[in-house]
Design a binder for this molecule. Sequence first.
Ligand code: RET
Length: 290
Amino acid sequence: MPDPVSKLTAVTLSVTQTDMYEHVLNDTLIGSSIYANIALAGLSLLVFAYMARNVTDPRAQLIIISAMLVSAVSIVSYTGLASGITISILEMPDGHQMAGETTELAHSGEEVDGTISLWGRYLTWTFSTPFILLALGLLAGSNMTKIFTAVFFDMGIMLTGLGAALTTSSHLMRWFWYAVSCTFFVVVLYILLVEWPKDAEAAGTKDMFNLVRNLTVVLWIGYAVWWAIGNEGIALIESAGVTSWGYSVFDIVAKYIFSFLVINWTIKNVDKVSAGESYGSTVDAVQADD
Ligand code: RET
């Protein structure tokens, strides 16, 4: 015979998508960290489109479009979180700092087991960060092999980061995922710090490349450290809201400011990045001699 009381408790403690949506709406810290970024991403897209309206060179356009896609994906990312579809309350495994913690739902005051995870961030970084690397690789004049390597290892960083965030079975496995993610990160860092600087030197774009590369390397290391000390890692920062705002601040610089710098420079230096009018054409411009 099931005990009717514990059955009732189990029902009241289940968290729905609507609960998550309402929680984001009512928790000032988490809510603002999400809504502010939807607004900023939308605004930056409009500004970038206006800034680049007269650029006609196809290679310059490709760099600009890459940078703009970072903001486009960001809208998707934060909309997922705001809708309550990519944010959950997860019960951390034994050994984790947040194991046994409860969360008070902001809209109902109800206490539920577990801690908040904004795991949708890691999922959508899989689609946004490749565009950051594509813009950097194009700026440096990289070949396809290095762009391919950087982009796919980067997607690996984010997907294994998602694995770390979603693992509730074992504390050790969370950190194993984290270690795999960091190993992929080393590959990307190698390309950013060793390979592309040489290419950028040859392409004559060294100064600009180094500026945005440095910004990227410092911030990206920041994301990895923040995960480790945030509520999903060792929980030096226990608050999900503060952890989320940290990522939101990193995002503002790593996405919108990064993209602004790249787009603004490209517009003024089309001659330095151009590869001619027929760059990337899918038709053979040369007359066949038959
Ligand atoms: C995680 C945790 C696992 C270890 C590492 C990480 C690195 C994340 C990075 C994120 C960059 C995100 C950006 C987003 C902008 O759209 C996944 C936090 C190494 C580098 C730039």
